[in-house]
Design a protein around this ligand. Structure first.
Ligand code: NCD
Length: 306
């Protein structure tokens, strides 16, 4: 089911495969001192052409915990890309040195292209503004652990709906696990792109676009909060107009349903007040921690089939 698979889009996987992955991750998470060192001798390479903390380091940590080793391409300025080497030659080299390659790039299609030219599996670690399949797996894993199901939940997705690839990737997954309803909360300038809206309509996903979240505080099961993605604005003035649009505080939490959870792919800027961190609804650190186990399960499944 998993052996040698590339991970390019969440849509490459079906319900059964994803639930199988979540069970594997939960098992790994439940083992206190894990003895899953069966990736000894295998090499994972991270090649990130955009900034990252959690995704790059949690893939590396996952590989090391499984007994494998890691390489990192480093900043483009220290690799031969700085000498004018094209990315396709660079990727070919990584394929010779590695057993699995994890790529992040600002252009859509780079990881699919890499998967075509590489003999070894390729994982998309975030691409452009559309795909971030392993983050979506982590998001769904946290929701699955909390609600014991992924169907029929109400989501309030808040922030930069237009640019956050974690959001569009999560929306793609709603064609696999059907929610009851999705509220998309953003400033008018940052509403979902036409492609994403037609995707939801085509797949019968019930959604509503809002500019404030106050009216859904009592209704949503999952609040998925994201930062406004400053680096994706071509005009800094446009960013200034929308920055700080949404800030979740303890006052909002008081109105949420018992058991509702707040997720955030992180990094956060100002959209979640640190005072919220200790509330029982705050699930974003648990989500980030779970990401390590999810990525361990994923690497193990792809490299050993187990
Ligand atoms: C996100 C990303 O890179 O898309 N980070 C992550 O992988 N957790 C979110 C972001 O940058 O806002």
């Amino acid at each position: 089911m998993w052996l040698n698979r590339d991970v390019i889009s969440i849509l490459d996987f079906n319900k059964e495969e994803l639930l199988d992955l979540f069970s594997k991750a939960k098992l790994i998470e439940s083992l206190k001192e894990n003895n899953l060192k069966n990736l000894k001798g295998k090499i994972l390479t991270t090649a990130f052409f955009e900034p990252s903390t959690r995704t790059r380091l949690s893939f590396q940590a996952a590989m090391l915990k499984l007994g494998g080793s890691t390489l990192d391409l480093g900043e483009p300025s220290i690799s031969s890309l700085a000498k004018g080497e094209n990315i396709s030659d660079t990727i070919r080299m990584l394929d010779y040195y590695s057993d699995i390659i994890v790529i992040r790039h600002k252009l859509e299609g780079v990881s699919r292209y890499a998967a075509e030219i590489c003999e070894h599996p390729v994982i998309n670690a975030g691409e452009g503004t559309k795909e971030h399949p392993t983050q979506t797996m982590i998001d769904l894993y946290e929701v699955w652990k909390t609600f014991k199901s992924l169907e029929n939940l109400t989501y309030a997705i808040i922030g930069d709906i237009k640019h956050a690839r974690t959001i569009s990737s999560l929306i793609l997954s709603f064609s696999i696990f059907k929610p009851r309803k999705v509220y998309l909360v953003s400033p008018l300038e940052l509403r979902a792109k036409e492609k994403i809206r037609s995707f939801m309509e085509f797949n019968g996903i019930l959604y509503e676009e809002l500019t404030t979240f106050s009216e859904v505080l009592e209704e949503a099961d999952v609040f998925y909060v994201t930062r406004i993605q400053k680096e994706r604005f071509s005009d800094p003035y446009e960013y200034e107009k929308v920055k700080g649009s949404y800030i979740i505080t303890l006052e909002h939490i008081k109105r949420m349903k018992e058991g509702a959870i707040i997720l955030h792919p992180l990094p956060r800027v100002d959209e979640l007040s640190p005072k919220v961190d200790s509330s029982k609804n705050a699930a974003y650190f648990s989500q980030a921690r779970g990401g390590l186990y999810l990525r361990m399960a994923l690497l193990r499944a792809i490299l050993t089939g187990e």
